[in-house]
Ligand binder design. Sequence first.
Ligand code: NAD
Length: 500
Amino acid sequence: MPTILTMSTTEIWQERASKVKPNGNIFIDGKSIPSASGKTLEDFSPVLNRSIANIAAGDSEDVNKAVASAKRAFDSGIWSQMNPRDKKAIMLRWAELLNQHRDELALLETLDVGKPISDSLAVDTRNSARVIQWYAETIDKTYDEIAPAPRNALAMVTREPLGVIGAIVPWNYPMSITSWKLGPALAMGNSIVIKPAENSSLTAIRMAELAIEAGLPEGVFNVVPGLGAEAGQALAKHMDVAKIAFTGSGPTGRKMLQYAAESNMKQVSLELGGKSPQVVLSDCTNLKLAAETIGWAIYYNAGQTCNAGSRIIVEKSVKEELFSHLKEFAKNFKVGDPLNPETMMGPIVSKVQRDRVNSYLELIGQNNEEVVFGGEKATGDDLYIQPTLISNVSNTSRLAQEEIFGPVLVAIEAKDSDEALKLANQTEYGLAASVWTDNVSKAHNFARALRAGTVWINTFDALDVITPFGGFGASGTGRDKSLHALDAYSALKTTWVDLS
Ligand code: NAD
């Protein structure tokens, strides 16, 4: 759970927000430039309810330039063959700069996405700097292998960078997810072109400027903002891009696989959505702690989290007590201006997204579902949807199976722990899951049996760069973070030397 930082007051943040003049340009070859077409997109802030910047609307011409620059840098060896010690020093300096600019980056992130400033400061910006620092540290500590070949041979297995990486990222955690791609891709010596989401491009652009300031050679890290169907598609179909690292929705993820097949069969990694179950078994005695953690797991970032714990599976005997603690939690969950350091939940990112959440709220009652709290739609200019809990939900309904991406928690009753496990796994997704129990055997059996990339026992959202993150099934392929991510940005090469 994030600590509330009170470094500045609401008034100070509002004053800073009113003066902010973000750079929305494309960043290629170490330079900030407008799009080739001159077209821009309005960057709507859900916090200020107005546009805060013109974002360059990159298209295939800009993508071609960015990829050419990245390829030039890669082929020159200026980064891909740099002494590991020097590479590490540059990335560490960059992490330091990200830390020094935390206030500025946090404000941009909050204005773009609507997340509370205290979260942008304590979580998004801090963790992104830590991810860059952590991967910097791997650069001179990762060894290659010597295979157990016969005495008259030397067989070496080395990791080689792939070349130009294209990274396409979503709007819900722009800086964090961008850093999950940048860290391992650059540590392995690749060059990279980032295509941020159209409504949250600002921190990626600023990260690129700071990378140059830290000494990253020009062309190694480029940013092309723009529409998915234009800039994104051009990047994913580019013949000189060796890999697409994608995070976003399932339908767009499918397109990435198609684009790869239609172009150069580039590698594709997909980090997609989820409908993560939070299972509460009847032997869980600390239901208050369970309720508080479950509440954070869904209402954090207004539910706009891929691994949000959006589906409670609860045994009947503890349901009422759990709900009463959740009610109490929601009552104290401070919803409001994200620029107030005490705010815990801000608005939904955009009207389009809010209307999507509304469309799910309209389903309540069609199959005897009941509102425990919340459940009201937001209309007009209002982007705030209150924390919501819906009970009596069937696990096969749309409310229980589809990603709502808002502060909406649905509860499904299970008659015993066997049924709870069955219900938890009855989903096309498999990103994360949690189980609440005092019984060690049950905890381990659930952990084994749950089909999810991350399983939490008596907690949720315990995440760090040290462990991999990604999903089973429709939640995607591949893993971000940890040392395993280095494999995702490199290819193994065997060199066999005849010594006889
Ligand atoms: P999205 O798929 O609409 O967009 C993601 C990115 O893809 C954006 O940059 C967008 O511009 C780009 N894009 C869209 N259409 C494209 C196309 N035809 N060609 C190329 N690029 C295209 O997703 P979103 O709404 O921005 O993000 C929300 C989704 O992301 C949710 O489903 C959420 O669960 C998922 N997500 C997953 C993770 C994870 O790590 N598993 C993390 C965060 C978000």
